[in-house]
Design a protein around this ligand. Structure first.
Ligand code: SAJ
Length: 421
């Protein structure tokens, strides 16, 4: 496939769609970004970004100024359509495919014979077949691979994104890609597109295996984090420093324990394992338990904080001042989605009789869930340390890890990330 001759429509300009659109444009494709949010569309058309991600600003700005990337709210004709919309879960932790369905139905009228449709959104097994069915409902005139196999007019593949927030632009290019075609030709066509910008290997499989691969990667990580989180609870009961324990155990050549924390946040690891549980509820016992262990961790941390606050106020004989350090779901990013830090800060603020100082270096204003209380104040790290008795470290941002330890002397510290241990 000639990079300069391919018109690619990227549907969904979020954390995955926008960087992918910009990278596609940077290698010479003519890219149309589609999003239902006019604010996002207008921002991109100004050459700006609505998300914070290293190297993304420059990439989007040069893609737009070169004329290779533009955004719109309605799909247009293209050679390839790449769907990167959210897949949340609904009540009962069941995957909600409503955004994929809406994207499919919106782009269907623009489909022409020979088009390639790629689903990148994390999806339960079988979602790509559903996508094909939705396209068929909208376009009975076209032959789809779910019904017509290699005779189809449209090529459909599932190619999960697997980039790490904070390194998205680098990993989009560097990582291997798993490409699951609904037919062999579908996979080959999708690979031809990815090979124009991916420097990692593009490995072909079928769509169902590719869907399960993505869910497996994130479930593997979730189970391993759950192991670390469970250890931290056990060690607390046994009066053992879990950070030291993990450092020592990891000296074994075949042991590599991850880091305990205040819980698992973000849009992926806390969600995707449920897609496996939903598909195989009887068999996915370990995966379900890992989710439950990680989901229970914020409550456990909140209890620990309550105890620390009670002890500090007993010692000082007065009500005390608290600071929460970090709201993001992981270090050195601005993303507060599904963040256990945000959840815990909310509880701390709700229970505190005094104002609570909050530090989050990556945001300018507090989210409503905290500011609505009227008791939360966004301050810098130095101010928070100077004016509080109890410091609750919720995210291991580099800025926090490098604070002068002398400034912590005399403070009660609840370090949920082991950053100051
Ligand atoms: N966490 C811990 N301890 C650890 C590692 C992580 O508590 O040792 C927590 C983090 O603080 C965070 C959560 O887990 O709250 C998830 O963070 P993460 O860095 O593990 O993963 P994400 O959600 O940023 O990105 C993951 C990645 N998946 C894997 O590493 C298998 C990424 O490659 C995927 O593309 C992404 O999910 C996704 O979009 O699915």
């Amino acid at each position: 496939m000639q990079a300069s001759k391919t018109k690619v429509s990227v549907v969904g300009l979020g954390y995955i769609g926008l960087p992918t659109a910009a990278v596609l444009a940077s290698v010479g494709h003519d890219v149309i970004g589609v999003d239902v949010d006019t604010h996002v569309v207008n921002t991109v058309n100004r050459g700006e970004t609505h998300i914070v991600e290293p190297d993304l600003d420059g990439l989007v700005s040069s893609a737009v100024s070169s004329g290779r990337l533009r955004a719109t709210t309605t799909p247009e004709e293209a050679d390839a359509f790449l769907i990167a919309v959210p897949t949340p879960f609904k009540e009962g932790k069941q995957p909600d495919l409503v955004y994929i369905e809406a994207a499919a139905r919106a782009l269907a009228p623009k489909l022409r014979q020979g088009n390639l449709v790629i689903l990148e959104s994390t999806s339960p097994v079988g979602a790509t077949e559903k996508l094909s069915d939705w396209l068929k409902q909208e376009r009975p005139d076209l032959r789809l691979p779910s019904l017509n196999g290699e005779e189809a007019d449209i090529y459909i593949a599932y190619c999960p994104e697997r980039v790490l927030p904070g390194s998205t632009v680098t990993e989009l290019v560097k990582n291997d890609r798993v490409i699951g075609g609904m037919t062999i030709e579908c996979a080959a066509r999708a690979r031809a597109l990815y090979q124009t910008f991916v420097r990692g290997e593009c490995i072909l499989t079928d769509a169902r295996t590719a869907e399960m691969t993505k869910l497996t990667e994130n479930s593997f990580r979730d189970v391993n984090i759950a192991f670390a989180n469970e250890l931290s609870v056990i060690c607390d009961e046994l009066d053992i420093n879990v950070w030291e324990l993990i450092t020592l155990a990891n000296r074994h050549p075949r042991v590599n324990i991850l880091k305990p924390g205040p819980g698992v946040g973000g849009h992926c690891i806390a969600v995707d394992p449920w897609f496996i549980v939903d598909s195989a509820p009887e068999s996915a016992r370990l995966i379900r338990t890992a989710r439950e262990v990680n989901d229970a961790k914020p409550r456990w941390v909140e209890n620990k904080i309550e105890q620390a606050i009670a002890e500090a106020s007993k010692c000082l004989g007065r009500s005390i001042h608290i600071a929460c350090l970090g709201l993001a779901f992981k270090p050195d990013i601005d993303d507060l989605r599904e963040s256990p830090a945000l959840e815990i800060a909310h509880t701390v603020i709700k229970n505190s009789p005094n104002d609570v100082l909050v530090v989050e270096p990556y945001i300018d204003t507090l989210p409503h869930s905290l500011s609505d209380s009227g008791k939360a104040r966004l301050v810098d790290t130095a101010t928070a340390i100077e004016h509080s008795d109890v410091l609750i470290l919720l995210v291991d941002h580099t800025q926090f890890k490098t604070v002068d330890r002398a400034s912590l002397v005399g403070k009660v510290v609840v370090d949920t990330r082991g950053a100051w241990t």
